[in-house]
Design a protein around this ligand. Structure first.
Ligand SMILES: [Zn+2]
Length: 197
């Protein structure tokens, strides 16, 4: 047990060192799109400009990544973006209640997700705790650079973060993938609460 804690601390420290080398993606002249609605506007803007402005780049603007775990740079020929070194980041993880309440535990959605959570001993009464866990683990792991890059498109960069939960029905834990959208200045927002195991 004690050895495990030590091993974990050591690997956390190693990650922290490796991931103090963060950069911020900057597309000059457009400002940061901090909401989905603002991102949609950038997509319209790309169309109106005759594709002169790239929505992918505009919507990446302001987003932060460890240098060793970032979208390919430059993204395309004549890309006007730059990456600015920012050291380490302080992250903010956002999780809307509807993601857990209306989705994982939605009785009318036969997605097999709630059955899994029920099997592990969770139900809707655990929703606040689950939300706080998503936020805690999402923030910690993103700050450590402990994520994998997922889909990148005109809506932004998605990343996957492994969530680990204690089982409530018996001893042990379950782990599964969660999907997050990266927003400017260290913000991530949960988009998929439960992916594959
Ligand atoms: Zn660009």
């Amino acid at each position: 047990m004690e050895e495990d804690v030590w091993k974990k601390a050591k690997s956390n420290a190693a990650n922290a060192m490796r991931n103090s080398d963060w950069v911020q993606w900057i597309h000059e002249g457009t400002g940061f799109a901090t909401t989905q609605a603002e991102r949609d506007l950038r997509i319209v803007w790309e169309a109106l400009s005759g594709k002169k402005h790239c929505a992918v780049c505009m919507n990446l603007s302001g987003c932060c990544f460890p240098r060793n775990n970032m979208p390919e740079y430059p993204l395309h020929p004549n890309c006007h973006c730059k990456t600015e070194p920012i050291g380490a980041i302080t992250a903010t993880a956002r999780c809307r209640e509807s993601k857990v309440k209306g989705w994982i535990f939605n009785p009318s959605v036969p997605n097999g997700k709630k059955e899994l959570f029920y099997e592990w001993g969770y139900s809707i009464i655990d929703k606040d705790w689950l939300i706080s866990e998503y936020i805690r683990q999402g923030k910690e792991k993103y700050e450590r650079g402990d994520f994998t890059l997922h889909k990148l498109n005109e809506y932004g960069q998605q990343i996957n973060i492994i969530i680990e939960l204690p089982r409530k029905d018996r001893i042990g834990t379950v782990t599964f993938t969660s999907g997050w959208m990266v927003y400017p200045n260290g913000v991530i927002e949960l988009v998929t609460g439960f992916g594959r195991r």
